[in-house]
Design a protein around this ligand. Sequence first.
Ligand SMILES: [Zn+2]
Length: 213
Amino acid sequence: MQKLRSKLYALNLILERKQIKMLETSQSKQLKDQEKIIAKIERERTKKIKRYQEKTAQNIKNLEREEKGKKVVEYKKKPKSRGKEFQKLLVLIQKKRRLECADENWYCKCYTCDNIRHWKWMHWWHFISRAKKNTARLDINIHSQCPNCNAFHYGRPIEYKEQFIKDYGVEKYVLLLEASKQEIDKNYYNIERIEAYAKTTKEIIKKLLALQT
Ligand SMILES: [Zn+2]
């Protein structure tokens, strides 16, 4: 009886500790979420202030123009840059790729060596340089890589090519090379399409992140 009681007591203690740990993690998650919300509000506030300052500057300029008898210029929000939006999209795609390369425990194997790390600590590598815009956005061109291969071995291109051909075959390698030589169709990849692409990628990331416990 005594033994059973002490066993129960020990079990209760473990349970209590687990509950405390769960509580702590949920609290830290809440704190992190709060920090994110505050940061978002701050970002939006800065944007609003910037817009207000630009508008005021334009108004002052207009007053001066009016005095000189010149035509008043209406304030217009700066149009989004296609290049910047494309770079933002690439950031999203590499995040998605790292999540996709991860196993069920969210660990990725380096594409060019045996290193295994949590996806958050992995780097990524564009097989064909991301300066080649036509292939920079392709999933097949991006794989997770450990920081060692990525930063200290320039992406280990020889091993990368070997692994790529093993995974996808020579035909795909040739196709990718050919595609990289072509210019990206700027009419097709306009801001609207890039934004739509980014939106879908964001949704996929959100779904993948939701699967993590
Ligand atoms: Zn590696």
